[in-house]
Write a protein that binds this ligand. Structure first.
Ligand SMILES: Cc1cc2nc3c(=O)[nH]c(=O)nc-3n(C[C@H](O)[C@H](O)[C@H](O)COP(=O)(O)OP(=O)(O)OC[C@H]3O[C@@H](n4cnc5c(N)ncnc54)[C@H](O)[C@@H]3O)c2cc1C
Length: 427
């Protein structure tokens, strides 16, 4: 029996060739970046443009992890609504975070336009679909708060959401015009291309095993004994964090997000499914999300098992969800199945850490890293240059490992089961 190999729907298109270079012994730079996803590459671009010598080092190939695998939904804001942010962080930081969250999609689309990135994209809005009365109430509050702040968002009733999604079973939702869709693998590789053109150097297939402070500088040691010296380090490993920074991986719950893509759909089906091209996430605690993909395919994603899937059966729950939402697709074939890691935190907020001066870490995207990391990266570069913590919208917090993290897989499985049940029971 041949081994089952997951493959994403994004690998079909043309891929930007990248002039990456292996790390040679004894290299030095101003800023070393561990992780060549959206955060690392976007930071590399800005830092190189600001005259810093930048070295990006990734254990895999550019685009092989979350940044190149995700659903490509560009979403504004965090899990929390504006009023909550003010209540939790106070007026000044709360307002700064609201402003930052609101413009996260601009960070993606403005860059694509400005740098002429060859990235298929659309900006027709993000829909959050309410599956219950409770969720509908929350969605109404969210939409109201953003509308009060000048966002031309729209509340959707059951009829309107049925027309815009073509899906069954929603009580309503809201349409946020700030969001949209991109092709994430193209975006990640194009970010790498412009970062390289700006002068950054990128090494692939190079895992950093240890970071040590030596005199005023940092030395990054690879697993095969090479060393890179740097004045500053940005750790941009998000959900793929390993033991590199003590305690970091234990601040995160790395959940698997799974996705499926149908074969190209006939125009009769496409006429009623997402006819205006929005991207959708539902209001469930365990989110299901979907959008149109390349060549008229429908892409749908959601939770996955904590274990590595070994056969197509690992995605069966998503096929059920697809047929429940779109009965018209009951016989449609699934062409691709793939998955990656999403970094959740206990407080559902992203975190910036600086355990020692000059070693900065950002992690915890809660599945919204496309916009979030694109917007956050320039502020981290500002911080390296200015050393002013006000450059960063989030407070710099201490690394606080989650208690009993060793039992996370048991906990995550139990939480998924519990939340799924709660989603089913909610009216
Ligand atoms: C299936 C899926 C669907 C998603 N859908 C969406 C979506 O629709 N919208 C959205 O906004 N977000 C989505 N997300 C989340 C989004 O993809 C991430 O938040 C974002 O890509 C994080 O970017 P990053 O640069 O921080 O990390 P990553 O892209 O994960 O990059 C981290 C890199 O660090 C490298 N690395 C780790 N350890 C080491 C080491 N020791 N040495 C060297 N390199 C190392 C890894 O190889 C990896 O390339 C999704 C995620 C997944 C997995």
């Amino acid at each position: 029996m041949t081994a089952f190999i997951p493959a994403s729907a994004w690998v079909e298109g043309p891929s930007t060739a990248l002039a990456t270079t292996p790390l040679s012994a004894g290299e030095t730079c101003d800023l070393a970046i561990v992780g060549g996803g959206i955060l690392g590459l976007r930071a590399a671009l800005d830092a190189a443009r600001r005259g810093l010598a930048v070295r990006v080092v990734d254990a895999a190939l550019v685009g092989d992890k979350a940044s190149g695998l995700n659903g490509g939904q560009v979403i504004a804001g965090f899990k929390y609504d504006p009023d909550w942010l003010i209540g939790h962080f106070g007026e000044k930081r709360g307002e700064a975070l609201i402003q930052f969250g609101s413009t996260m999609p601009d960070a993606v689309y403005d860059l694509i336009d400005r740098e002429l990135l060859k990235v298929p994209h659309e900006r027709n809005g993000w829909i959050q679909a309410a599956h219950s009365e409770v969720a509908m109430h929350a969605v109404e509050q969210r939409a109201k708060q953003w509308i009060a702040r000048g966002v031309p968002a729209k509340l959707l009733n059951a009829e309107e959401i049925a027309r815009l999604t073509g899906a069954r079973g929603y009580l309503g939702g809201w349409l946020d015009p700030r969001g949209g869709a991109i092709q994430p693998l193209a975006y990640t590789r194009e970010l790498a291309r412009v970062a390289l053109e700006a002068g950054a150097r990128i090494a692939e297939n190079t895992r950093i095993a240890r970071i040590a402070k030596e005199n005023a500088d940092w030395t990054l040691h690879t697993v095969d004994g090479r060393a890179l010296r740097a004045k500053f380090v940005l750790v941009a490993t998000n959900a793929y964090a390993d033991g590199l920074v003590p305690g970091l991986a234990r601040t995160l719950l790395p959940l698997h997000s799974f996705q499926i893509a149908t074969v190209p759909l006939p125009s009769s089906a496409l006429a009623s499914i997402l006819p205006e091209g929005q991207v959708v996430s539902d209001s469930r605690r365990i989110v299901t999300y979907y959008r149109r993909g390349p060549g008229g395919r429908l892409l749908l994603g959601g939770r996955g098992s904590t274990a590595e899937p070994t056969s197509a059966r690992g995605w069966a729950h998503l096929e059920h969800a697809l047929k429940r939402l779109f009965p018209v697709l009951k016989d449609v074939a699934i062409e691709k199945r793939w998955y990656g890691k999403v970094a959740l935190t206990l407080d559902h907020l992203p975190h910036v850490y600086e355990p020692e001066p000059g070693l900065v870490i950002a992690a915890g995207c809660q599945g919204r890293g496309v916009g979030l990391m694109s917007a956050l990266a320039p502020s981290l570069v500002d911080y390296f240059v200015s050393r002013d913590p006000e450059s960063i919208p989030f407070p710099i917090t201490p690394i606080r490992p989650i208690p009993f993290h060793a039992f996370r897989n048991v906990g995550i499985s139990a939480a998924i089961a519990w939340y799924t049940l709660a989603d089913m029971l909610e009216h």
